[in-house]
Design a protein around this ligand. Structure first.
Ligand code: HEM
Length: 414
């Protein structure tokens, strides 16, 4: 794989250029508007992030960093940073699921869980999950798309991701379930994630939010008590059992999968479709399909669907020349860190210092990375597999959503 020269010193000039020159009307402008629609403060935070090289302290927010090396140093250091105390997602989940989360999400139990679940999503199993869960629905979408019908890629992505949840968790849905069933599952996951909205600076949940979240979790994972013993190994539940996970661990992991792997994946799929057309890169991809893997990696880099990752400082430490104190918070701005390299280019070489920061790093590195890549690859196949290409005919950004995403993105074959 070609490796880019070290882009560690793109210089402030380069980092500030888009904000200074404006985002124009192309791909960057759409991404910028999409981030604003999701959370108006997000582009500002990303902009402030351009000064957070390596670290910057922002009143009310705490420390921020958009420097890939500092980000990885934070995410790789469990002795000094945690997601369990106030300010991290673990703290949110402990209030909803119970104190056992502390052990499973970050303690020795987490290490054990990750070791045992390492094989859940390999490149091979992920391609198989996608084929099994999406094969039929993808064929139907391709048929109408090829016939020249408009296709809402954002809506289709939500349906597909809902369908993936049903397949992975072995949920009971009516035979031949319609798209609405899967949209509904997706929305349920979205509601659960929305509970985290507004928690950038505070992760203490009010009792009514905790109640609501618990009801949602029960709806999504309640069936596991009864199905655990017999679930086939083609489902995650069956595989968890085979890997020696307990029912409680399996339910906890299933909840995590729902929250971590639904909106993020759907966001990336539709945004990749927009980027491929907005930049014209789809035509280079059609001319050279061997660039598909790069096109997927670039889509993940430029969209960085989880734009921020929060941690709390556990114990005083010195990092990147700054003194951080126990109890302070730090936010890793993944979107800014990943976008410094420039716009979407399907032949951009791998960037060593960023690695795959869009999936985080260290012990909490995304468990579903291979699945997300397989999902994006399937979407590319649908859109450019005919060798002709498509154009975006209309788009609408999602407003006030946790994960920035298109509400709708209608495309049509050229
Ligand atoms: C484009 C899609 C995705 C993106 C950008 C993404 C991003 C991330 C990031 C940044 C983290 C680390 C969070 C942290 O350190 O606090 C994470 C964790 C996680 N992701 Fe993903 N994710 C994606 C898709 C998926 C999918 C499809 C699944 C599975 C169905 C999944 C399952 C998980 C799980 C279980 C964790 C928690 C890992 C742990 O705490 O040990 N993700 N993801």
């Amino acid at each position: 794989m070609p490796v880019a020269e070290d882009l560690e010193t793109p210089a402030r000039e380069r980092r500030l250029a888009p904000w200074r020159d404006g985002f124009g009307s192309g791909a960057a402008a759409h991404e910028h508007r999409l981030l604003s629609a999701a959370r108006p403060a997000l582009p500002w935070l990303n902009w402030i992030g351009t000064f957070a090289h390596p670290l910057l302290r922002v009143p009310k927010l705490g420390w921020i960093t958009a420097d890939p090396r500092t980000a990885r140093a934070v995410l790789n250091d469990p002795n000094h940073f945690t997601l369990l105390s106030e300010g991290g997602v673990g703290h949110l989940w402990a209030q909803i699921l119970g104190d056992w989360v502390y052990e499973l999400f970050d303690g020795a139990g987490h290490y054990d869980l990750r070791t045992r679940s390492r094989e859940l999503f390999t490149e091979k199993t992920s391609v198989a999950f996608v084929e099994a869960a999406w094969g039929e629905r993808m064929s139907a979408a391709r048929k109408s798309f090829e016939a020249g019908e408009p296709l809402d890629v954002a809506d289709l992505s939500r349906i597909l991701v809902g369908q993936m949840v049903v397949a992975l968790l072995g949920m009971a849905v009516p035979g031949g379930a319609a798209d609405d069933t899967y949209r509904d599952i997706f929305e349920t996951g979205e509601q659960l994630a929305a509970i985290a909205l507004g928690t950038t600076s505070d992760t203490v949940l009010p009792p009514q939010k905790i109640d609501k979240a618990r009801r949602i979790v029960e709806r999504l994972t309640g069936h596991i008590d009864a199905s655990f013993a017999t679930a086939p190994v083609s489902t995650i539940i069956g595989r968890c059992r085979e890997l020696g996970l307990s029912i409680r661990e399996t339910k906890g992991l299933s909840t995590l999968l729902m929250v971590a792997g639904t909106e993020t994946a759907a966001s990336a799929m539709a945004r990749m479709a927009a980027l491929l057309d907005d930049t014209g890169e789809q035509h280079r991809l059609i001319a050279d399909r061997s660039l598909t893997e790069n096109a997927v990696r670039e889509a993940l880099r430029v969209t960085s669907p989880a734009p921020i990752i929060g941690r709390s400082v556990l114990a005083d430490l010195e990092i990147a020349g700054r003194r951080l104190r126990a109890g302070e918070r730090i936010i890793v701005l993944t979107w800014t860190a990943n976008n410094v390299a420039g716009e979407y280019r399907i032949d951009r070489p791998y960037i060593p210092q960023n690695r795959q920061l869009w999936f985080g790093a260290g012990r909490h590195l995304c468990l579903g990375g291979p699945l997300a890549r397989a999902e994006l690859t399937a979407m590319i196949e649908l859109l450019v597999g005919n060798g002709v290409g498509y154009r975006v005919v209309s788009r609408d950004y999602g407003h006030r959503v946790l994960i920035p995403a298109y509400r709708s993105l209608v495309v049509q074959k050229l």
